[in-house]
Design a protein around this ligand. Structure first.
Ligand code: SF4
Length: 364
């Protein structure tokens, strides 16, 4: 893939969530969060495994009470991927899950009470060698900031984040990342821009409560995409009111669109018109489904006719240009002599794409 202008990433410290590096030019990680009841251990493990299968680097699990913390202990023992424990207000839960192997604590120090409690959590994170994520959200700003700014503004979000940062600074703890998420894309972008100039910690970026798959994907692609293209952001979470698997897929699609990090098949397909020589939409849809397991990055162009087909095919790894009854197949930009029967396109393409991936992986 070509990148016209490489993105210059903001310099930041590095932390590790389990083995996953975050910040200091480490690959931008993609994460999501389980939406099962954490005390339903089997369901939660199964969702974590599904997220791992589609490429999640990290998974966050919410721990609303002590029972969930006990479940987390078992979940952690039976899963491999780094897990972030999401805690609000109760410092005792943070201490428990750190002991149970959490790879990161998502907790806002300013929300857990007196300095003694904060010190206990920070010391515990230090002792267990795990980082903290400060997560400020436009929906849960402190009362006094809501009063001061009237509504959630970028300045309010950053002021809130800096309060939490100050606590960690005071305890000389620098193993943390920060997010300042808003459901409004412009506010989120402004917040991260402001914050990126104030601290040199890694930033977890996302648009919070972005909405349904369509709406949320658009908002996330714009917000996260703009920030990443400015070099801001070290780990990404897309928040969708949908199966969290979609969040991982959209996260990778955003990274892929900016040529930052690729995973799986990047389909290039035309919108179709009356010139199409085969059912492009149906073909892409079916191939997407059949090839869902592919993690090797590869560009596949599926184009309905010769107007744009050859041009796209020569710059993709695999290309197809629709023709009358038979379509032309390309591999590494070279046209194959044998054409593919339009009646058997999906099977043939699946086979050829899988073969190509085998060849690519053998040469790695
Ligand atoms: Fe129509 Fe051909 Fe363009 Fe596809 S590539 S939209 S089939 S003209």
């Amino acid at each position: 893939m070509n990148s016209e202008q490489p993105i210059i990433r903001r310099k930041s410290k590095r932390i590790y969530v389990g083995k996953v590096p975050i910040g200091d030019q480490a690959p931008i990680s993609v994460q999501s969060m389980t939406n099962t009841c954490t005390t339903d251990i089997n369901k939660t493990i199964s969702q974590i495994e599904s997220l791992e299968k589609v490429g999640a680097d990290i998974v966050r699990v919410s721990i609303p009470n002590i029972d969930s913390a006990e479940s987390f202990k078992l979940i952690k023992q039976k899963t491999n991927i780094p897990l972030i424990a999401d805690i609000h207000f109760d410092y005792r839960i943070a201490l428990k899950v750190a002991e149970y192997g959490a790879d990161c604590l998502r907790i806002n120090p300013g929300n857990i009470g007196n300095e003694n409690r904060i010190r206990m959590v920070v010391d515990c994170a230090r002792y267990n060698n795990i980082p903290i994520r400060i997560g400020v959200n436009s929906g849960s700003l402190e009362k006094d900031l809501r009063k001061k700014y009237v509504k959630p503004t970028a300045e309010a979000l950053v002021e809130s984040a800096m309060r939490h940062v100050d606590y960690l600074d005071r305890f000389n703890f620098d193993q943390f990342k920060v997010s300042v998420k808003a459901s409004n894309v412009s506010i989120a972008i402004k917040s991260y821009r402001l914050l990126s100039k104030k601290i040199d910690q890694p930033l977890h970026i996302g648009i919070t409560e972005a909405g349904s798959i369509r709406n949320g994907t658009v908002k996330s692609a714009i917000g996260i995409g703009i920030l990443l293209s400015e070099g801001i952001g070290d780990t990404v979470r897309v928040s969708l009111a949908a199966n969290p698997i979609e969040e991982i897929k959209v996260g990778f699609d955003i990274l892929n669109s900016l040529n930052i990090r690729s995973r799986g098949i990047n389909f290039i397909a035309c919108p179709t018109c009356s010139r199409q020589e085969f059912d492009v939409i149906g073909t892409v849809k079916e191939l997407e489904k059949r090839l869902d397991d592919i993690s090797t990055p590869i560009d596949v162009s599926i184009i309905g006719c010769i107007v744009n087909g050859p041009g796209e095919a020569v710059i993709a790894t695999i290309g197809l240009t629709g023709g009358n009854k038979k379509s032309t197949f390309y591999e590494d930009g070279l046209r194959h002599k044998d054409k593919i029967d339009n009646d058997d396109l999906i099977n043939q393409l699946e086979k050829r794409i899988r073969n190509k991936i085998l060849k690519i992986n053998k040469n790695v």
